[in-house]
Design a protein around this ligand. Structure first.
Ligand SMILES: C[C@H](O)[C@H](O)[C@H]1CNC2=NC(N)=NC(=O)C2=N1
Length: 110
């Protein structure tokens, strides 16, 4: 079944269960921070594997001890769908084991 854009209420409901994630325009986003750069880089690879499994791909921006994940669904013209929420949930499951914390670091690399 092809995805459909979520309503604002559906997006709010999903975000309520995804602490640290926000709606930025038409994208779901979260920035993780790490004690070390390599932890962020390893999470990139783990997320990439997950994305290939799900056949759904976020934009990943690797910074200095940060990783920003930003996703929407291209096939519906760049809106948020259940596929984006599903990917966000799966990333939330794996991120803590990589030492991920919410938010940008205090030195403001973002
Ligand atoms: C053919 C393949 O299923 C599509 O190109 C997938 C791949 N990954 C994708 N990722 C995202 N974010 N949106 C899509 O519409 C999308 N489509």
């Amino acid at each position: 079944m092809s995805p459909r854009p979520l309503t604002p209420e559906e997006i709010d409901g999903a975000l309520a269960e995804l602490p640290g994630w926000r709606l930025a325009g038409d994208r779901l986003e979260r920035t993780y921070s790490f004690a070390r750069h390599l932890q962020a880089a390893v999470l990139v690879v783990h997320v990439a594997r997950l994305q290939d499994e799900l056949d759904h791909h976020a934009d990943l921006l690797l910074g200095y001890n940060t990783l920003r994940v930003s996703v929407n669904t291209h096939s519906v013209g760049g809106k948020v769908t259940g596929l984006d929420v599903g990917l966000a949930r799966r990333i939330e499951e794996i991120a803590p084991a990589h030492g991920a914390e919410a938010g940008a670091p205090a030195h403001g690399a973002e």
